[in-house]
Design a protein around this ligand. Structure first.
Ligand code: Q46
Ligand code: ZN
Ligand code: ZN
Length: 306
C-alpha cells in the first residue's frame, strides 16, 4: 500500500475514505481535518480560552497536541478519580498527562475527587452499592460536574473533550436501542453555552479510534496503554465491539451511522433542549449553584447526601 500523496510506503489505510498515507502525510492530514471540523461546526476560535479534559490516554493527548500545534489557547484539566487496583490507574495516567504538559510548557489543572469531596469514585460506588455500569455512570456524572464547574470558575469560553467516532457511534447505538429521544437530541459535535452550561465541543468526533491512536504513536507521545479496569464488560465496550464487527464487513458503517444521524438532527428529527438560557438560569441547585433541570438539588450533590 502506497501513500496517495507521495507514493512512499503507507502506514495507515483508511478504507472509509479510500485513502492511504505515509507517516509524514498522515501527521499533516489529521490536524488539517481537525481544523476543518472546528470550522465546519463553528466550535471555537484562536481568540478564545479552551479547557480540555485530559485523561492521560491516547485520544486526549493527541487532541491536545493537535490543538497546540494549530495555535489554539488550550489548558488541560486532569480529574484524578482515585481508581487504583493493581495498576494504580489514576496516578499513572496523571503522570502521563503531567509529562505531556511539562514537555510543552502547557498548563494542566489537577483535581482529585477524594481530596475535594472526601470519597473516590470506587468509594462512592461502594457506598451507594451500585453495579459496574453504575460506577461508570457515577463517574461520568462527577466528571461532567467538575468539568463544567472548573470551566466556569476559570472563565473558559469552551470545554473540549476528545470523544472519537467509536465513542459517539457506541453512545448513538445505545440511545437508539433505548429510543431515548431526549439523549438523541444532545449528540451534536457542538453544544452551545446556556443557563450555566459552558459551550462543549468534540473536535475528534469524526475520527476513528485507530486514527487518533495512529497519530499518538507516530508523534511518539507517551500515554497510558491500560484501560480503566471498570471499562471491561461495560455496555459501551459491548456496543463498540459489535460496531467493529459491522465495520470489518462494511467499511464506513460507523461514519455513515454518525453523519446520517447529524443530518437527521439538523432536520429536527429529535427534540432539542427547549428551555431558554434565561429559564435555565432560574433553575440552579441550591447547594452548588450549577444548573439543574428540576431546580432542586442536582444529581451530583444528591450523590453526597448521606
Ligand atoms: S474512567 Fe470512569 Fe471511564 Fe473508568 S469508571 Fe467508567 S467512566 S471506564 S471513560
Ligand atoms: Zn506521503
Ligand atoms: Zn448541586
Amino acid at each position: 500500500m502506497r501513500c496517495r500523496k507521495c507514493g512512499q510506503k503507507a502506514v495507515i489505510n483508511m478504507r472509509q475514505h479510500r485513502l492511504a498515507l505515509c507517516d509524514e502525510h498522515y501527521l499533516e492530514w489529521l490536524p488539517e481535518q481537525t481544523e476543518r471540523f472546528i470550522k465546519k461546526y463553528e466550535m471555537f476560535t484562536r481568540y478564545e480560552r479552551l479547557l480540555l479534559a485530559v485523561s492521560g490516554g491516547k485520544d486526549s493527548l493527541a487532541l491536545w497536541d493537535v490543538l497546540w500545534r494549530l495555535g489554539y489557547n488550550v489548558d488541560g484539566l486532569y480529574i484524578n478519580l482515585g481508581i487504583d487496583g493493581s495498576l494504580d490507574y489514576s496516578n499513572q495516567s496523571q503522570r502521563f498527562a503531567q509529562q505531556f504538559a511539562d514537555e510543552r510548557n502547557l498548563k494542566l489543572i489537577n483535581l482529585n475527587v477524594h481530596e475535594q469531596y472526601g470519597e473516590s469514585i470506587p468509594e462512592i460506588a461502594q457506598r451507594t452499592r451500585r453495579g459496574q455500569d453504575k460506577t461508570c455512570s457515577i463517574c461520568g456524572l462527577v466528571k461532567r460536574h467538575i468539568f463544567n464547574q472548573s470551566a466556569r470558575d476559570g472563565n473558559y469560553d469552551a470545554v473540549i473533550t476528545a470523544h472519537n467516532l467509536d465513542d459517539e457511534a457506541a453512545v448513538l447505538l445505545s440511545n437508539s436501542l433505548d429510543w431515548s429521544l431526549e439523549r438523541l437530541g444532545r449528540g451534536q459535535p457542538l453544544l452551545p453555552a446556556g443557563g450555566g452550561f459552558v459551550r462543549k465541543a468534540k473536535p475528534f468526533c469524526r475520527f476513528y479510534e485507530r486514527e487518533s491512536a495512529a497519530y499518538t504513536l507516530l508523534r511518539g507521545i507517551p500515554y497510558i496503554h491500560e484501560e480503566c479496569p471498570y471499562s471491561t464488560g461495560s455496555k459501551q465496550l459491548f456496543f463498540k465491539q459489535d460496531l467493529n464487527r459491522w465495520e470489518e464487513h462494511m467499511p464506513g458503517t460507523k461514519l455513515r451511522f454518525y453523519l446520517n444521524y447529524l443530518t437527521a438532527l439538523d432536520e429536527g428529527a429529535f427534540p432539542q433542549r427547549q428551555e431558554s438560557p434565561a429559564e435555565l438560569d432560574q433553575q440552579r441547585c441550591p447547594i452548588c449553584g450549577q444548573p439543574t433541570i428540576t431546580g432542586n438539588t442536582c444529581a451530583f450533590c444528591r450523590l453526597f447526601e448521606k
